[in-house]
Design a binder for this molecule. Structure first.
Ligand code: ADP
Ligand code: MG
Length: 631
């Protein structure tokens, strides 16, 4: 029959609003935790001072958020759930300075399309509340009800009308955990708001309003972490860029195997951002073993125009106008917070409270023109941020010891001389030794046992020496480069064609560390000059350069180098210090022991070797008292 024949091509039709909305919801509502986040953010935007979450069945059967915010007027209720309807922005220009958490006008519409939504709300000017109930976008008429000022939004039976998506939900405990994570993250960012969460009638979290940021962090992460969380703040930045940083950085000891212990915020918004994550990792470099993540709560505040939050549907990712500024501010502020602490891991059986000790000295920071950030003592609170003023209640710092760079340098330089084959242990004590260091015991030619004001310190001789060497080398390189020892007879190093080819790109790095090398034929590189530092310590040029050329085979290494990041340099200095440092099994003289232990006090990050392993552990007097049942 002509006329009723099926067309040979599919016809184009407009989707129904429900289907369109369900598709859009795919981006915003992935699981119950996304609903928690969207609804709680709405409550915060509404100026709530107290927010309660009620969850049933991991949030799958019910997410209810109750707030005491300004509410939604009766006449606005229907509009609140319409697609692309918002009270937070009006024009394109508003997108450049978003000061609210929401602005896309999508959340309620999306949630309504995939769950049974009900909103009960009352504004200050109204005698009673009004309720709107929806099922798959079909709504009842708005009807009056009783209720206090504020809003109660309930989303039931998530994905009841999209069974395919319901299948992607995980188990109830997993979904519940994600809901709690979302809620906790938001609570961390808003210490002035009270939060309570209940799951199936059980209270999971309850924090009062008007807490200080520090109180809030401890309430959420656990009070017992208090002594191991150090305040981070930065207000030394250029006003025009307006970056302020505050938060708490965890002791390397409380690093975790997952990134869940990292809480990063931009302008009160919880984010996952590679720039910031990388900057945090960089700050902890050498203090934490690879594959672990520091525990940290970090708030970055900046002009809303300097960060684009409209690049991700749930706004978990952002784009910075100048990510370099953010990166260096984050790294610097955390490094300086950590540098103020003695990070020696405690040998503890019940975790005692570490007392803040003498400021560690920052060798590279003290160098003129080193390009590293200066340290100007404890940082004051970020300007103009009165909510955080009580955050910074740091006790007065003890007087800072001066770091005698020249003395350390000469003691290190003197190290190889007369040390009977021992590699590079500084011989001459730099200053008269303080009493606590007077007796040092070398155990099994590998560990040093000594005491300090807090108790017994056990040191891994190789790890500590390696760390000291590393800081020394880094400072020297940043200060202009390492000296070269010219070799009378050039030393041939076996090399692959690829390694020889990359020699040219390696040249700037080699120059900085005092190596002169050139292609020496199809299968070798000729080494004409070797760092005096390594030469003096009897490090074999063939072994060292082979290791370096091997690194050059990695594309990641070469691209790090090309990008001018410090990473490749640090990597090579790691290798240098490891080779030059005293080994486990090396016997050391009394004066060498003393000089090495001294380094512990004088070198930044002496608590860990460059690979992040501890260089020393401490057994406190309190622990000893406990062990011997004296207390
Ligand atoms: P957005 O938050 O992006 O504006 P939503 O769909 O989340 O979009 O919310 C739509 C509008 O509903 C908001 O702009 C706001 O005016 C109103 N609204 C939502 N939740 C609340 C609440 N808890 N209290 C007051 N107003 C709310
Ligand atoms: Mg919203």
């Amino acid at each position: 029959m002509p006329g009723t024949e099926a067309p040979s091509h599919p016809r184009i039709q407009r989707l129904s609003p429900l289907v369109a909305s369900q598709i859009a919801a795919g981006e915003v509502v992935e699981r119950p935790a996304s609903i928690v986040k969207e609804l709680v953010e709405n409550s915060i935007d509404a100026g709530a001072t107290r927010i309660i979450a009620e969850l049933e069945h991991g949030g799958i059967e019910l997410v209810r958020i109750i707030d005491d915010g300004h509410g939604i007027a009766e006449s606005d209720l229907a509009m609140a759930v319409a697609a692309h309807a918002t009270s937070k922005i009006r024009t394109t220009a508003d997108l450049d300075s978003i000061a609210t958490l929401g602005f896309r006008g999508e959340a309620l519409a999306s949630i309504a399309s995939v769950s049974r939504l009900s909103i009960r709300s009352r504004t200050a000017g109204s005698d009673g509340a009004f309720v709107l109930e929806l099922e798959g976008l079909d709504g009842t008429a708005v009807r009056p009800a009783s209720g206090p000022i504020g809003t109660i939004v309930s989303a039931r039976n998530l994905f009841f009308n999209t069974p395919a998506r319901r299948k992607f939900l995980r188990t109830v405990p997993t979904e519940l955990e994600r809901c709690t994570d979302s809620f906790r993250a938001i609570a961390l960012a808003h210490p002035h708001i009270g939060f309570r969460a209940e799951a199936d009638g059980r209270t999971l979290l309850d924090v009062p309003k008007d807490q200080s940021p520090r109180e809030r962090v401890l309430a959420i992460l656990g009070k017992e972490l208090g002594p191991q969380l150090f305040e981070v703040s930065a207000d030394e930045f250029d006003d025009t860029r307006g970056v302020a940083i505050w938060g708490m950085a965890g002791h390397p000891e409380i690093a975790r195997a997952s990134a869940r212990s990292q809480h990063l915020f931009i302008n009160g918004r919880c984010i996952r951002d590679r720039t910031v994550q990388h900057a945090v990792a960089e700050a902890y470099r050498g203090l934490i073993e690879p594959g672990r993540y520091p525990t940290i709560v970090l708030h970055i505040e900046m002009h809303p125009g300097a960060v684009d939050v409209n690049v991700h549907p749930s706004k978990a990712e952002v784009r910075f106008r100048d990510s370099g500024v953010v990166h260096s501010a984050v790294t610097r502020s955390i490094r300086s917070a950590l540098a103020k602490q003695d990070l020696t891991p405690l040998l503890n059986f019940v975790r005692p409270i570490p007392t803040p000790v003498v400021e560690t000295l920052r060798l590279p920071l003290e160098l003129p023109g080193s390009g590293r950030p200066g340290n100007r003592g404890p940082a004051p609170s970020p300007g103009g941020n009165s909510a955080f003023s009580d955050f910074f209640t740091r006790p007065a710092s003890p007087p800072q010891q001066r770091f005698d760079y020249a003395a350390i340098k000469s003691s290190l330089d003197a190290g190889a001389v007369g040390s009977g084959g021992l590699t590079g242990v500084p011989v001459a004590p730099v200053m008269p030794l303080p009493e606590p260091l007077s007796r040092i015991l070398q155990v099994h030619k590998s560990y040093l046992v000594t005491q300090d004001e807090q108790g017994v310190v056990i040191i891994d001789q190789h790890a500590l020496h390696e760390r000291a060497m590393f800081e020394y080398l880094l400072a020297r390189v940043l200060d202009g480069g390492l000296e070269t020892q010219h070799l009378l007879t050039p030393v041939p190093i076996p090399a692959t064609a690829r390694q020889i080819e990359r020699l040219e790109d390696l040249a700037p790095l080699l120059a900085r560390i005092g190596i002169q090398a050139e292609p020496g034929g199809p299968v070798s590189v000729l080494c004409r000059g070797f760092p005096t530092f390594l030469f003096d310590r009897n490090v074999d040029p063939v072994e060292f350069l082979s290791g370096l050329l091997e690194k050059a085979e990695s594309d990641a290494f070469m691209s790090d180098l090309a990008s001018g990041s410090e990473e490749a340099l640090r990597d090579v200095l790691d290798m240098m210090s490891c080779k030059a440092a005293v080994k486990a099994g090396d016997r050391m003289s009394e004066s060498e022991l003393t000089a090495l232990v001294r380094l512990r006090e004088d070198v930044e990050r002496s608590s860990n070797c460059p690979h992040g392993r501890p260089t020393s552990v401490r057994l406190t007097i309190r622990e000893l008292e406990k062990l011997f049942h004296r207390s």
